[in-house]
Design a protein around this ligand. Structure first.
Ligand code: ATP
Ligand code: MG
Length: 314
């Protein structure tokens, strides 16, 4: 646990980066389950309530090996663990450093008993999320590539799995630098590639997502989650209401336009972010192109429709 760092948090869990036994950089999403102690003001989830996130993580991770619809745009799931006991001191130390440096809304996870169960999703390490990359990205050209990579990944998952992410805010898009100039993907059996601009994107966090496997729907019924629909102060919270308006609060159905709503949100975030290289040649045009994407994207039916027909990606 020497190289262990806390990298993020949510109401249901803590995320730490470390190296696994094979020497790979991984992110461990640690979720307390089945216990009676309230965590961060919430009831703990049951195994049953986590199952859908595990199934979806596995399906999307497997898209990197598919022969017809293939993408590396979703985070790789490497392993799944179930452990029992209290939080180890090494993780608490990493938790404290994170709180000192970045602050935390969560309870210090030092109150769990020896009986407490945790599910640990072991993901590939995907970089830092867009929210934490503000001011770090090279230019608005990189922003265009990020949008292209997200759209391509969503399109592939729509085609293969009738997938809707439903919570694609900027904390759920990871970026890290890559030496590869191009990223390729397979859509309906056809190979495509796009310019990475030095950045590789991974989509994470499927706690609200929906997909179909062999005609069976895996989704999360949020129809009664009033709190989720009452948020104010950022366009992100309008998106939950817009999705509900469009699907009539029926969350089992497939409405790929929800992916388009999140692309609209993401393009607005990318337009307001700051970039290191503001004065480079081509930057002004790139910003105008991104603005045009934002102005027009809502008219498309799905991420696949955006990928095939939107001017920015032709
Ligand atoms: N594979 C990963 N690589 C790098 N960082 C990650 C990874 N997974 C998660 N993170 C970091 O941890 C944060 C929280 O993770 P995630 O979004 O999966 O959990 P969450 O928001 O708690 O989910 P939930 O909505 O289920 O509560 C992310 O915003 C990101 O900064
Ligand atoms: Mg999240």
């Amino acid at each position: 646990m020497k190289l262990c760092r806390k990298v993020g948090e949510g109401a249901f869990g803590e995320v730490f980066s470390t190296t696994n036994s094979s020497g790979d950089a991984v992110a461990l999403k640690i979720i307390p389950v089945e216990g009676c102690d309230r965590v961060n003001g919430e009831e703990q989830k049951t195994f049953g309530e986590i199952l859908h996130e595990i199934i979806i993580s596995k399906e999307l991770s497997s898209l990197k090996e598919k022969k017809h619809n293939q993408t590396t745009g979703f985070i790789g799931l490497k392993d799944l663990h179930c452990v029992q006991g209290c939080y180890p001191p090494g993780l608490l130390k990493a938790w404290d450093s994170f709180k000192t440096q970045r602050g935390s809304e969560n309870d210090r996870p030092d109150f769990f008993s020896e009986e407490q169960l945790f599910l640990i999703l072991e993901f590939e390490f995907g970089g830092s999320d867009l929210e934490n990359s503000n001011g770090q990205l090279a230019s608005v050209m990189v922003a265009q590539s990020i949008l292209h990579q997200v759209t391509a990944a969503l399109a592939v998952a729509e085609q293969e799995l009738c997938f809707e992410h439903r919570d694609l805010h900027w904390g759920n898009v990871l970026v890290q630098s890559t030496k590869e100039k191009e990223a390729s993907f397979l859509l309906d059996g056809t190979n495509h590639s796009l310019e990475t601009r030095g950045v590789s994107v991974r989509i994470i966090d499927y706690s609200l997502s929906r997909l179909e496997i062999d005609g069976l729907t895996v989704s999360c019924d949020i129809s009664a989650d009033e709190e989720l629909f009452q948020g104010r102060g950022d366009y992100q919270f309008d998106i939950y209401r817009l999705m509900r308006q469009e699907n009539g609060n029926v969350w089992g159905d497939y409405q790929p336009h929800s992916n388009v709503l999140w692309l609209h949100y993401l393009s607005s975030k990318l337009l307001t972010m700051t970039y290191k290289g503001r004065g480079w040649r081509g930057v002004k045009q790139a910003r105008l192109d991104l603005q045009r994407f934002h102005d027009n994207v809502l008219a498309f039916r799905s991420a696949s429709d955006v990928l095939y027909n939107c001017g920015l990606f032709q």
